[in-house]
Design a protein around this ligand. Sequence first.
Ligand SMILES: Cc1ncc(COP(=O)(O)O)c(C=O)c1O
Length: 357
Amino acid sequence: MINNVNYLSQTASKLTPYAAGIQPKDTGWIKLNTNENPYPTSPKVRETVKNADFGRLKLYPDTEGGVLRGAIAKAMGVKEENVFCGNGSDEVLALAFQAFYSGKSNVLMPDISYGFYPVWSEMYGVGAKLIPTGSGFEIDPDDYKGGRGVVLANPNAPSGLVLGLREIEGIVRNNPGGVVLIDEAYMDFANVENAVGLTKKYENLLVVRTFSKAYSLAGLRVGFAAGNAALIDGLNRVKNAFNSYPLGLLPQLGAAAAIGDAAYWDKTRKKIIDTRERTAKQLRELGFELKDSQANFLFAAPPKGISGRAAYEYLLKNKILVRHWEKPRINGRLRVTVGTENEMEAFIECVKQMLNG
Ligand SMILES: Cc1ncc(COP(=O)(O)O)c(C=O)c1O
């Protein structure tokens, strides 16, 4: 409000935007708050971007993202026509909400999940029906039937809990009247098969993935969706009504190089899984209650007598950033991204100090 004039549209006035985790400007932090990968991305990315033809930067990038879509299609075992790329999976998800759910009601999603889903629901007029998760945040596939759409993060965030492929297939079959969107941002850290293969069998299944986590490219902003060509066409319709060139040349080339280096991806994701398991065991030994996370983070409740907020603040004072939400049901917990071995040792040391203090 300036000079008594409200310049905002009604939509913007009413919105509650998503609050991303802090990105500190100064150094010296152990940053375990935004589920980034603690390891550098594949050396092939640097090599590819360095050797890119900078003369091409004067031109708009390939609007179809052909090179990248080809690399993704090859890695995921689908055809190029079944892949859509965007500026981070957040953009792909936002476009999917517009393309498939805007103006519809009975779009099913869990009450505890990725905090952006309610924001897009509000922004794009989606009638979301929030399905309560169980007391341990578990998702019961039988609760997801007859929707005009379904949105599920698998593994879910912030719980880290995962559904198996058969359960996902059941949900797809039970919701033939809408698009079932499975957000697999964290799937590379899970012990179950991803749902990309199922997109060949079910025309209403869209799987969304990101380069920000297992490929360690959060700063490049690349995400993608895999699905039936008709769904990809739907995404392109809304994309081309918003921004024809969401992905620059360098992100396209860099992400293609990353997904082409499967050996590096496999090595780093396994290191993170090992560290996750070791840290989970240590936290349990220290009296924390933890979900069985299949993602690159842990969702942990401190022992009795220590609130989630107090634990968050103790860590913050010691320059360790984790995530805490002042929201019902989850305010007693911390979401802790799995860092390097050394970072997690420092984190555990700090937790011990807190418990002894
Ligand atoms: C469940 C989930 N989906 C999607 C994203 C978005 O990732 P990006 O936009 O970096 O691809 C995140 C980010 O943390 C996430 O937690």
